[in-house]
Design a binder for this molecule. Structure first.
Ligand code: SF4
Length: 396
């Protein structure tokens, strides 16, 4: 038990690359829900990958495990149990480890959710997106609002206390009322964490093609910003803390895993398209399930699955830290910055930050500097003016 205090903590991300059908806005890596044989081969490859990392990760205590996708809830609870057993066999997992499973409401029922709970999953992240059928149909989701209500309800009844619900705003044809109604519904059902994402039309998606053909009617800019700010207020009134640009939690329900990304802490990813930040390097695996399977089950060269590996140099480390920490409600802690980088935050960033302090987008806090809510909404623009680096960290 002492290991929790003595050793370094680490998060594990496991990508499950299967989806029933592609949502019209999605550019995450996934392939159509596989036949059972492909799924089994994939799980075998994942478990061989865990074994390969066993020695290297021996000094670490795993305090978060995150099954993301894709659609992890397409796996059975037995398959999740098998993966968790293998993880516990190969790594030291803290007894208090947060274990999250992304869940699509169209792939679960009461029994399956209850079995996930028994398998050791203690946090569900439910991809509801909206509680209005019109929004869900527009996005090409496989579930309707009744499925959403049932999934959150089943999660509560199965004993989950730590429940995230994803809500999207800025969808074509969506009204402000639909966003607020969705948040209220999720919270009333028992969500203790809300991820509120604005739609980004990504190249290569059907939405992108529709936008190019001028067939995508998005809310205008004012309505979209109202959706964000009024939702932030609503969530605050409902007792949620706005702890990251897009994330809100009841006290004590902040995501341990996602905080690792924003705090520049270490995590290791498994599966195609998964990325890692470990030992001063960021590395990314290729978007190919078949290559991933071959790599581990047919003795391919391990380098075959690595897409990019970047040695994060001092200047980039500093810029990444600012970019990620500023996403958090508490922002930059100046003492921590000095400890990490041996110089004061002001000596590096004050000149570039001053216009935003004057405009009220950034404020001085007790420990450092943070975005105001207005600043959070335009954070990408502000950070691009403060930081000289072109940094892309997937999923963050
Ligand atoms: S279910 Fe999730 S990962 Fe799959 S296509 Fe839809 S948004 Fe993308």
């Amino acid at each position: 038990m002492a290991r929790d205090y003595l050793e370094k903590k680490l998060g594990l991300y496991i990508h499950i690359p299967f989806c029933m059908r592609k949502c019209l806005y999605c550019d995450f890596y996934s392939i159509p829900a596989a036949n059972e044989q492909l799924k089994s081969l994939y799980l075998e490859a994942l478990m061989l990958h865990f074994e390969e990392h066993s020695l290297q990760l021996a000094p670490y205590v795993i305090d978060s495990i995150y099954f993301g996708g894709g659609t992890p809830s397409l796996l059975t609870s037995q398959q999740i149990s098998m993966l968790l057993r293998k993880i516990k066999k190969n790594f030291f997992v803290s007894p208090k480890c947060e274990i999250t499973l992304e869940t699509n409401p169209g792939t679960v029922d009461k029994a399956k959710i209850s079995e996930f709970r028994k398998s050791g999953v203690n946090r569900l992240s439910i991809g509801c997106q909206s509680f209005y059928d019109s929004d869900l149909q527009t996005c090409g989701r496989i579930h309707n609002s009744a499925d959403n209500i049932k999934a959150v309800d089943d999660a509560v009844n199965a004993g989950f206390k730590n429940i995230n619900v994803d809500i999207m705003y800025g969808l074509p044809g969506q009204s402000l009322q639909n966003v607020l109604g969705s948040i209220e519904r999720a919270v009333k059902l028992g969500a203790t964490h809300i991820s509120l994402y604005g739609l980004k039309v990504e190249e290569g998606t059907p939405f992108y093609a529709m936008q190019t053909q001028k067939k995508l009617e998005l809310p205008d800019e004012d309505t979209e910003s109202d959706m964000y700010f009024v939702s932030c207020n609503l969530l605050k009134n409902l007792g949620f803390k706005h702890y990251e640009i897009s994330n809100f939690a009841k006290p004590g329900f902040e995501s341990v895993h996602n905080l690792k990304y924003w705090n520049c802490d270490e995590y290791v990813g498994f599966g195609p398209s998964a990325h890692s930040f470990f030992s001063g390097k960021r590395f990314y695996y290729k978007n190919s399930t078949s290559l991933y399977i071959k790599n581990f089950t047919e003795n391919y060269d391990g380098q075959g699955i690595v897409d990019k590996c970047i040695d994060v140099q001092f200047g980039t480390q500093m810029a990444e830290y600012v970019m990620l920490r500023m996403r958090l409600g508490e922002g930059i802690n100046c003492d921590e910055f000095k400890r990490r980088f041996g110089r004061t935050f002001e000596s590096v960033y004050l000149t570039k930050m001053t216009p935003f302090l004057r405009s009220g987008h950034i404020v001085k806090t007790v420990d450092g500097y943070a975005f105001t809510e207005q600043g959070m909404y335009v954070s990408n623009y502000i950070l691009s003016r403060m930081i000289d680096f072109d940094i892309v960290i997937p999923g963050v």
